[in-house]
Write a protein of this length. Structure first.
Length: 519
């Protein structure tokens, strides 16, 4: 019996009414957190890119600072017709750690370029000959007529210059810019990296944090090919914010999952409880009917005997047989209910002993024989010799086989054929009862082992039952360390198989087992 569609719908609506808003809130939280994190990250990247540009400019200013002091005297000397040596002297040693001042004919420079820094033309050019790899940095010198006479300046090794000036550039120039402190980060939390043209790192100030988005800024002029990157250090607020976002997102995700799982399980549990309540109600009405019928028959038979509504001894015997049969039916039913109650309460005690399942099955079939014959069932009993023993409770296992036989009879129609078969394979003993009855749809095959379940199809409707038999069998078999299986095709029949572990694990192979067939 299933929960009504309406109750199911109500439950789903209530469940979703809780879960959906909670999930929406969780996802909204995650979305907003991500948006804020993205905004902070973007802002930080913008600042860092800006800072990289500042570093790049600071390098150019560093070169110009050296030049500025020397340019005017050297240019003036050149314009006043001084000799080359005098011009070089005027350039002096303002280059500082640059190589000593030189005067180079312009055409000796390998494709010079002019870079305007602070409105001063700065010339730089690829080095030639011995200075391969270095750059010439300086000014164009013109003679009094205005003609370019040559270039005066210094040879400079960009790599050495950049690494040597990294610290001063960061320490002295960046803090001088007030913008740097208005942002999210202070310069104490910034890492600056210098990269060579082959992208290898050649210098750094502080260790960079995990900033995948930070842009690399290319340097200009004599430092072409080199680049700098400014990122936040691992302990900067931006990096911490990123970490918090990750933790928060993981937490929100986890909460969403918990809400979802709790809703699904809560709904399933409630639906299951409702189903059980309905099944129980059905069970009570079923069982009442099952008890009332034999009582009514017994009362009728007793009344008939009391009022002597019989003429011959056979007729009175018929009433006595009726009373005996119905009393038996009643006691079987009551026994079944008590058994079920004991099993449910975990109070049923099994007495395990070494059992031959062939004996158990044969005993069960024989005790059913009168009913089977009475209803004209054709029974094929296919039991092998040498089946390994199982550790089990004889009464309980007999009860299992009897239940399967009872069902096989109850759910058979015109083809009254039952086959009982036993077998041993892979350390297990298999006992199956097959019928050619109404069969069970695949969807119902799991449900039938649940307590109180009776399938609601027209074919079963007029068959008596309490919905306890298979649940009882399944619980008993599980208590024996085994399982029950069902194979069935609707309209063709069913096979229920008890699978029990063989005692001691020693099982003779299927080929060794000889069969005895009786019908
Ligand atoms: P019941 O007392 O109703 O027979 P069971 O627990 O023994 O209770 O069986 C549960 C349900 O499984 C039955 O109501 C019936 O619908 C189905 N069933 C059991 N055995 C068979 C069978 N051999 N063939 C078809 N249906 C079966």
């Amino acid at each position: 019996m299933a929960v009504s569609r309406f109750s199911r719908r109500v439950l789903v609506v209530i469940g979703l009414g809780v879960a959906v808003p909670a999930l929406i809130l969780a996802f909204l939280g995650a979305f907003l957190t991500l948006r804020i994190a993205r905004a902070v990250q973007d802002e930080s990247v913008k600042y860092n890119t800006y800072l990289s540009q500042q570093v790049s400019e600071a390098y150019e200013q560093e070169v110009m600072a050296h030049l500025r002091r020397a340019v005017i005297p050297a240019e003036n000397a050149a314009r006043n017709g001084a000799t080359m040596a005098q011009v070089v002297e005027a350039l002096g040693n303002e280059g500082g750690e640059f190589d000593g001042a030189h005067l180079v004919p312009v055409d000796e420079l390998d494709g010079y370029s002019l870079l305007i820094v602070e409105s001063q033309p700065l010339i730089y050019a690829a080095g030639t000959g011995a200075r391969q790899g270095d750059y010439f940095t300086g000014i164009l010198l013109r003679d009094p007529t205005g003609q370019v006479a040559g270039a005066g300046g210094w040879w400079i090794n960009p790599r050495k210059f950049l690494t040597a000036h990294l610290e001063p550039v960061i320490q002295d120039r960046l803090p001088a810019n007030p913008h740097l402190y208005g942002g999210f980060e202070s310069t104490r939390r910034l890492a600056v990296q210098l990269f060579a043209p082959d992208n290898s790192e050649i210098g750094r100030v502080r260790t960079p944090g995990p900033a995948r988005t930070a842009r690399v800024e290319a340097l200009q002029g004599p430092f072409e090919g080199y680049s700098v990157r400014v990122t936040a250090t691992p302990n900067s607020p931006v990096v911490w914010a990123g970490r918090f976002v990750q933790i928060e997102l993981a937490f929100i995700g986890l909460m969403g999952l918990v809400i979802l799982v709790a809703t699904v399980f809560g709904l399933r549990y409630t639906i299951r409880q409702l189903e059980l309540a309905q099944l129980k109600a059905g069970f009570v009405s079923n069982i009442t009917h099952e008890l009332k019928t034999p009582i009514a028959i017994i009362r009728l038979a007793v009344e008939s005997l009391e009022m002597r509504r019989f003429t011959t001894a056979e007729e009175s015997q018929k009433f006595l047989d009726m009373i005996a049969r119905e009393t038996q039916r009643l006691s079987t039913l009551v026994e079944k209910i008590l058994d079920f109650a004991r099993l449910e309460a975990g109070q049923r005690v099994f007495r395990f002993e070494s059992l031959d399942m062939v004996e158990v099955v044969r005993g069960a079939v024989e005790s059913m024989r009168p009913r089977l014959d009475d209803q004209r069932f054709q029974v094929v009993v296919d039991l092998p010799d040498g089946l390994p023993p199982v550790q089990g409770d004889g009464t309980a296992l007999t009860q299992c086989v009897l239940n399967l036989l009872d069902n096989a009879m109850k759910y058979s129609r015109d083809r009254k054929e039952i086959r009982v078969h036993a077998d041993a394979r892979d350390r297990y003993v298999y006992v199956s009862v097959s019928d050619c009855g109404i069969g069970i749809t695949p969807g119902d095959q799991k449900r039938i082992f649940e307590k109180f379940v009776r399938l609601e199809n027209g074919l079963v409707h007029d068959v008596k039952g309490a919905g306890l038999g298979l649940s009882l069998v399944s619980q008993i078999i599980r208590a024996h360390g085994g399982r029950i299986e069902v194979q069935s095709t609707p309209g063709e029949g069913s096979t229920f198989t008890l699978v029990l572990p063989a005692a001691g694990g020693m099982v003779s192979s299927a080929e060794d087992v000889s069969r005895k067939t009786a019908s």
